[in-house]
Design a protein around this ligand. Structure first.
Ligand code: WQD
Length: 335
């Protein structure tokens, strides 16, 4: 039996593909390269030593999905494919709803045609919205303040409805906090096109001399140093969380939302300091106004993942920074 990884050449998808393969899983990847590069496939083969069964295509294309399910015995789907830029979702809501929700419904219909009843879904801490107290717990209310976040909230509800309509279906909704870091090989990592929206890739471009300085979005929050606090988790820990979720889904049915975080908060300036310590490179920054929609503090309650999967994050902030730096800076610094 195989596991279909949608969006498997993306940042989290590619790291999960490696951990699945190294855990003995047989994987098939579909990706349309809308936010990744074909060269990742060769790197996956270099790291795992195995050929990757790959289909270039879009989850909105039923023909390619039916081809995959007819040529492979797919037992479960780990679903990453989707658009993920918060700001872009505000400018292009219909594109986000059509891609993310329409694509997921199309994927679920293809799964139904073939009797595939297990999905691990790439959700996000963004579903906790702006009104819940930290640490975020899985039974808290969900909401969103932008179309990207609404697609995650709605897909969670769709999967809950599927599990109600089909008691044999298993859906695990993995709510990621802030994934950073990279595979130890330095061969793959976060590779955003253009100017990064997210903090760590932006810091890394400053470290690489590709951007002049970091803009720190506000230092007047009620936090340790006034800057935003987030639960940064190493992308390989996150990937291992998917392996654990898949094993759980094999012996359980129904829907479960599960946080994948460290349970620890780190501020923007604390992360800047950690990068400077690890790389020896000064990261210039300017304090600017708050970014619309940002919350002050976001970190996970990590009890459920430990109880359900026996999984917890192992890597600390310094290791996340070292691994990010090795991927971005490559031979520019010796770590
Ligand atoms: C982190 C902190 C910013 C950039 C988002 C999505 C979430 C997920 C991860 C997809 C905040 C500050 C950032 C910068 C800064 N994405 N910051 N200067 O907003 O927590 O989460 O990305 O799944 O769904 O909401 O991550 O990295 O953008 O911001 O000061 O140039 O860094 O204000 O406090 P965020 P982020």
């Amino acid at each position: 039996m195989s596991v279909l990884v949608t969006g498997g050449t993306g940042f989290i998808g590619s790291h999960t593909a490696i951990q699945l393969s190294q855990a003995g899983e047989d994987i098939v990847i579909i990706d349309n390269f809308s936010n990744s590069k074909p060269e990742v496939l060769g790197k996956l083969k270099t790291i795992t030593g195995k050929e990757v069964r790959f289909y270039e295509g879009d989850i909105r294309d039923s023909a390619v999905l039916d081809k995959i399910f007819s040529e492979n015995a797919i037992e479960a789907v780990i679903h990453f494919a989707g658009l993920k830029a918060v700001g872009e979702s505000v400018e292009k809501p219909l594109e986000y709803y059509e891609n993310n929700i329409g694509g997921t419904i199309n994927l679920l219909e293809a799964m139904k045609r073939r009797g595939c009843k297990k999905m691990i879904f790439s959700s996000s801490a963004t579903v906790y919205g702006n009104d819940n107290p930290v640490p975020f717990v899985e039974d808290m209310s969900t909401s969103a303040i932008n179309p990207y976040g609404w697609t995650k909230v709605m897909i969670e509800h769709i999967l809950e409805s599927v599990c109600i309509s089909d008691p044999e279906f298993s859906a695990i909704l993995l709510r990621y906090f802030n994934p950073i870091g990279a595979h130890k090989s330095g061969l793959i990592g976060e590779d955003p096109q253009g100017i990064p929206n997210n903090l760590m890739p932006y810091i890394m471009k400053v470290a690489a001399g590709e951007l002049p300085y970091l803009r720190v979005y506000g230092n007047d929050y009620d936090t340790v140093d006034g800057t935003g606090v987030r639960d940064f988790i190493h992308v390989v820990d996150l990937a291992d969380g998917h392996v654990a979720a898949l094993r759980y889904a094999r012996s359980h049915t129904g829907v479960e939302a599960v946080n994948l975080g460290t349970g620890k908060g780190t501020s923007v300036l604390e992360l800047v300091s950690a990068v400077e310590k690890v790389t020896g490179i000064k990261i210039p920054y300017e304090i600017t106004g708050r970014r619309t929609g940002d919350i002050a503090i976001c970190y996970a309650d990590v009890t459920k993942a430990k109880e359900l999967f026996g999984w917890e994050a192992k890597r600390d902030i310094d290791e996340m920074c070292e691994d990010s730096a090795r991927w971005v800076l490559k031979n520019k610094i010796i770590l």
